[in-house]
Design a protein around this ligand. Structure first.
Ligand code: NAG
Ligand code: NAG
Ligand code: NAG
Ligand code: NAG
Ligand code: NAG
Length: 702
């Protein structure tokens, strides 16, 4: 099933990674690579003696990795993975499990499964009917596929079962401020069914949570982009928190402790009111029928209210029903291990999920096919004699769509080992959804990420590197406070430096029946060059992090980012609370970061000798401090109201309206109008977290 492996397909490979109209001869191709690497080297190490990274070996290795790229293999993996819909817990998902497992095994990689039992949620029966003022009743069509019975009906996983009937009120994006706007025109949603259009700041779980608090009986959510004009309907989870709901905070191992559904720790993970997704077309029919109050002016100007310009409640009544099935299912993670030769107990982890709402060509199997190709290419390197210094894990997670369940259970089971030995986690979910490179990272990895981008050819412009287009188009490395992919457990719970990457900002067939191989080749990546570029960046990051004798972390970037966060916070607070504790902690962190950087520079400049035990010990000691620096930001009590999330710099604010995107605890305290004392307490907690990070980075004891 997996591709036969040949170490030598250089000509093919050259054309695929450098998609020149006329494939250059091999020698000029290699010359370009050498040139890029050499330029990269001189730019960054003007005065240093070459460390291993830039020694002939490392150069040859990277050249081999880049030249072993192949769009043909990636496309064949994607085609195989997306033949059938493969929702977690269903039979076809087991086919993708064996495809991935067999692939890694056939490459000779040491491969094992990490399996859990988790509570998953499926729809047994759904219906939505509306009765209008003209007394006609419409039963809506709730399918979005070509009627393929293998594709799960559009639904919201973990919505309660039952039915809800009420007058419809349109609530725009369903944010707090939208309800305030409704209040101003005298509209309450109590005992109504609300209709919301998904916006950018609030996820579907947040929309339901607020509607529930406002006394609504049910929620209908539609996406405005209409599945690319196909009439797609967006599936998704509305569970609160992440991971298996019946083993909250501990691994849901087979035969382990599982809470009952009645237990409050489980019950609070689910909404109390019904919700379902709706197509844009059906939402428009309801919108057009609404009577009641005239929509707020801003909503009318946005053009998204119906022709009547009204928001309800009028005479339009919706009756929605959902008969759901909550059931324990096995979830299967695949872990392939490439054992490190010199520091086998230090880990670089590459991860992507495998389960999909439907066919999953973008989400997530564009990433899976890139991961499989990295496996193939790493095995080429292994055959050429490469042994990474540190251990590399290639991980394929299950049940991400239900709430990052596979990766979260794995992180919970391995949290101590990860804490003492994981160097970095590199996540790719939707590798390709469109054009343009996007990335999020913890700040000590910014420089490394940009350096890796310099080594890879831009897939859309042969004259440029990914770094050049990234800088000219986008040039922002996001911070990872989002909770929307598998990096969450690693960063927010275990404090592991992380990167998350994707091509394309957005795509119209998200979570619909139209996320297929066919859509991919027609719309997002016809020749798989973007897949190749992503696999190139991802794999190089893995190689560099695994091989560099001194970890390529830069905590000065982190200190600078923390300073910028403090400034933004101070501006938002307008003197309502003092940020002095933060300022002092960041100042100390900057000094320690500078010392670590100087130390790293010295160690890198030393001539590298594998047998120099004393130098190796020094490097190891510094590397461990740099690895543990990120862990300092963890706090055992976690974020108030979301205690599982332990990282106090990056993590989800419980309050959807918090404005910051970092320091979630402080953001929540501000958003809920907490007292000055409460806000200052949260500021102190972050300051202490930064002090812990300084201490970890500095080493020793006070
Ligand atoms: C709808 O039905 C109600 C009660 O059955 C009736 O009073 C009303 O006139 C009808 N409206 C229309 C537009 O037919
Ligand atoms: C009744 O009203 C609905 C909503 O406005 C409209 O879609 C439908 O065509 C109307 N039916 C008749 C028979 O007028
Ligand atoms: C809503 O629809 C369901 C299923 O069609 C039906 O069983 C239920 O009685 C309806 N509810 C009301 C209040 O009409
Ligand atoms: C791979 O790229 C080459 C060069 O652009 C192209 O001719 C070929 O069709 C691509 N293969 C696939 C499977 O997309
Ligand atoms: C917080 O206070 C502001 C200004 O006094 C007010 O507009 C807002 O509604 C309050 N928010 C909450 C969540 O209480």
């Amino acid at each position: 099933m997996s591709q036969p492996l040949t170490a030598t397909r250089p000509t093919n490979a050259a054309t695929s990674i450098f998609p020149l109209r006329q494939p250059p001869p091999l020698c000029s191709f290699l010359f370009i690579i050498v040139l890029i690497v050499a330029t990269f080297y001189t730019l960054h190490h003007p005065d240093a003696t070459p460390p291993l990274l830039f020694s002939n070996n490392a150069l040859t290795l990277r050249r081999l990795f880049l030249s072993s790229a192949s769009n043909a293999t990636i496309s064949s993996y994607l085609r195989a993975l997306t033949r059938h819909p493969h929702l977690a817990g269903t039979k076809p998902s087991l086919d993708t499990l064996s495809y991935v497992t067999n692939h890694f095994q056939s490459l000779g990689l040491d491969t094992h499964l990490a399996e859990y039992e988790a509570l998953l949620s499926y729809p047994a029966h759904i219906s939505v009917a509306a009765r209008f003022s003209n007394n006609t009743t419409v039963e809506f069509d709730l399918n979005d596929g070509p009627g393929d019975d293998d594709v799960v009906r559009p639904y919201h996983a973990y919505s309660p079962s039952g039915s809800a009937q009420g007058n419809v009120v349109f609530v725009n994006h369903g944010e707090e401020r939208d309800y305030r706007a409704l209040e101003l025109i005298g509209v309450s949603v109590r005992d109504c069914v609300v209709l919301a259009r998904k916006g950018e700041s609030l996820g579907r779980g947040g929309i339901v949570k607020i509607a529930e608090a406002k006394g609504a009986l049910g929620v209908l959510i539609y996406a405005e982009n209409d599945g690319g004009g196909f009439g797609g309907i967006e599936r998704g989870t509305v569970m609160r928190g992440i991971g298996d709901p019946v083993s909250p905070g501990w691994p849901g191992v087979v035969g382990g402790e599982k809470l009952s559904l009645e237990d409050d720790r489980v019950a609070r993970r689910f909404p109390k009111i019904l919700s379902l997704p709706l197509s844009l077309r059906n939402a428009d029919i309801i919108l057009a029928s609404l009577g009641g109050a005239r929509a707020p002016v801003e909503w009318r100007n946005s053009g998204r209210v119906g022709s009547g310009q009204r928001v309800g409640p009028g005479q339009t009544v919706v009756n929605m029903t959902l008969q759901g099935e909550l059931t324990m299912k096995k979830v299967h993670n695949v872990v392939a291990t490439i054992r490190g030769s010199e520091e086998p107990g230090r880990y670089v982890i590459l991860g992507n999920h495998r389960d999909a709402w439907t066919y999953g060509a973008v989400d997530p199997n564009s990433g899976t096919s890139a991961l499989l190709d990295i496996g193939r290419r790493f095995s080429v390197l292994l055959k050429s004699g490469w042994r990474p210094r540190r251990t590399i894990l290639l991980c394929s997670w299950d049940a991400e769509e239900f709430g990052m369940i596979g990766s979260t259970e794995w992180v919970e089971e391995n949290v101590l080992n990860l804490g003492e030995s994981a160097v970095a986690y590199l996540n790719v979910d939707c590798a390709v959804q469109g054009s343009g490179f996007f990335a999020g990272a913890t700040p000590q990895l910014d420089g490394l990420l940009l350096d890796a981008l310099k080594l890879v050819q831009d897939p859309d412009d042969v004259a440029l590197t990914v770094e050049e287009t990234f800088k000219s188009q986008n040039n922002i490395i996001e911070r990872l406070s989002r909770v929307d992919s598998d990096f969450s457990g690693f960063l927010h719970h275990a404090g592991i430096p992380s990167i998350d990457m994707y091509y394309g900002a957005d795509y119209p067939v998200y979570h619909t029946a139209f996320d297929s191989y066919d859509w991919m080749i027609r719309n997002a990546d016809p020749l798989f060059h973007r897949h190749v570029a992503m696999a190139g960046v991802w794999g190089l990051l893995g190689i560099i992090l695994a091989d560099e004798p001194v970890l390529p972390f830069n905590y000065i970037s982190y200190a600078e980012q923390l300073q910028a966060h403090r400034d933004a916070l101070s501006k938002l607070l307008q003197g309502k609370a003092s940020v002095d504790p933060l300022s002092m902690a960041i100042q100390e962190f900057s000094l320690v970061a500078k010392e670590a950087q100087d130390e790293a520079k010295k160690l890198k400049e030393q001539a590298y000798n594998k047998n120099d035990v004393a130098a190796a010990a020094k490097r190891r000691e510094l590397n461990d401090r740099m690895m543990l620096g990120e862990r300092g930001f963890l706090d055992s009590e976690g974020i108030k109201g979301k205690e599982w999330f332990k990282h106090l710099v990056y993590g989800p604010a419980a309050e959807p309206e918090s404005k910051l995107g970092f320091f979630p605890g402080i953001a929540d305290a501000i958003a809920t109008n907490s007292s000055e004392g409460m806000i200052e307490h949260e500021i102190w907690r972050v300051a202490r977290a930064i002090q812990r990070a300084s201490r970890a980075l500095k080493g020793g004891f006070t």
